[in-house]
Design a protein around this ligand. Structure first.
Ligand SMILES: Nc1ncnc2c1ncn2[C@@H]1O[C@H](COP(=O)(O)OP(=O)(O)OP(=O)(O)O)[C@@H](O)[C@H]1O
Ligand SMILES: O=P(O)(O)OC[C@H]1O[C@H](OP(=O)(O)OP(=O)(O)O)[C@H](O)[C@@H]1O
Ligand SMILES: [Mg+2]
Length: 287
């Protein structure tokens, strides 16, 4: 009999694992993680977790060994798989970039013509350069790619960059971005209707958590005479809540501000007469 749980593959340990587990926990899903256990079932949601090497996840989801998976778009795009991307997760943001020794002069993409490039992403690298008429020889290596130029393995590299610290400490400079990546939730293309219903519940929870992460709850005091000006700066979920204070002529205003324009709005609020501004995190936001 088919299991009623949906099965999700997440990275066992690495750059995706911590944020993945944090997200599912923030969704109220309880499960054990850590240690040497490679499979665990949630005690309060119909989901089973498999802890795997990230490279294996897209294949497992394509084959239906797992129903869902969390994976970096960079890995997903390198080996085209028949899976659906159901949600951008907004963490493990990084880019796949071409880098060369720092003392080299970079004239433009033509620099790479005929060069040897070390990378874990030969398909993405070749596709990017071929599109621009550049022919290179890629050397596939699975890790520590940044070492390649200094040991004479290649003249350039194409690897994951986030802060740029690894490039810097290996005497390299980033010269072109091939691909921007983040973690995504992928799904098998033939989920049973039962599993689709579980996925819909999961996505509803992820949306609520993400909305909360992108917003702040703001409470402030203001003179009634400044209320209209302040209200025009505050959208809120529907409209800001306004409550009288114990002191005549003063009100307390509660609202929700998007993380993106948070500081701009706070500055404008202060100029408009807001005082005693409190900012609180939002755990979940359900529309
Ligand atoms: N420095 C970084 N900052 C942010 N995200 C990153 C960074 N490096 C990698 N990533 C993202 O996290 C994913 C996993 O990276 P990680 O280095 O943990 O992979 P790995 O060493 O191949 O792990 P595994 O042992 O599971 O095969 C990458 O495919 C990429 O999407
Ligand atoms: O630009 P930075 O912030 O320095 O990050 C980039 C580095 O991070 C990743 O490696 P990771 O540290 O995950 O080690 P790994 O090679 O073992 O995967 C990636 O492969 C780069 O080497
Ligand atoms: Mg890997």
């Amino acid at each position: 009999m088919e299991s009623q749980n949906i099965r999700i593959a997440v990275q066992k340990s690495g750059r995706l694992s911590e944020e993945s587990l944090k997200l599912f926990k923030a969704c109220g899903i309880k499960f054990e993680s850590g240690g040497s256990k490679l499979k665990t079932v949630s005690s309060n949601f119909p989901i089973e977790f498999l802890f795997l090497r990230d490279d294996d996840i897209p294949g497992y989801v394509e084959d239906g060994v797992a129903d869902l998976g969390v994976i970096g778009e960079n890995v997903l795009m390198e080996h085209i798989r028949q899976v659906d991307v159901v949600k951008e997760l907004g963490f493990s943001k990084c880019r796949l970039s071409l880098a060369i020794p720092r003392n080299e002069e970079y004239s433009g993409i033509e620099y790479f013509q005929g060069k040897n490039i070390a990378t874990s992403y030969p398909n993405l690298t070749n596709a990017f350069l071929t599109k621009q008429g550049i022919k290179v020889t890629t050397h596939e290596i699975s890790g520590s790619v940044e070492i390649a130029p200094s040991i004479g393995l290649a003249e350039a590299i194409c690897d994951i960059v986030s802060t740029g610290g690894t490039l810097l400490s290996n005497g390299l400079k980033e010269v072109a971005t091939v691909f921007q990546s983040q973690a995504v939730l992928i799904s098998n293309q033939q989920l049973s209707s039962e599993k689709q219903a579980i996925l819909a519940k999961l996505l509803f929870r992820i949306d609520s958590v993400q909305r909360g992460q992108n917003a702040k709850y703001v409470v402030l005091n203001a003179k009634e005479s400044d209320l209209e000006k302040i209200k025009s700066l505050l959208p809120g979920m529907k409209a800001p809540s306004v409550m009288p204070l114990a002191e005549t002529g003063w009100v307390s205003i509660h609202s929700v501000i998007s993380e993106n324009d948070f500081w701009d709005i706070i500055e404008a609020l202060r100029e408009a007469g807001a005082q005693g501004i409190l900012v609180l995190p939002i755990e979940k936001m359900i529309l």
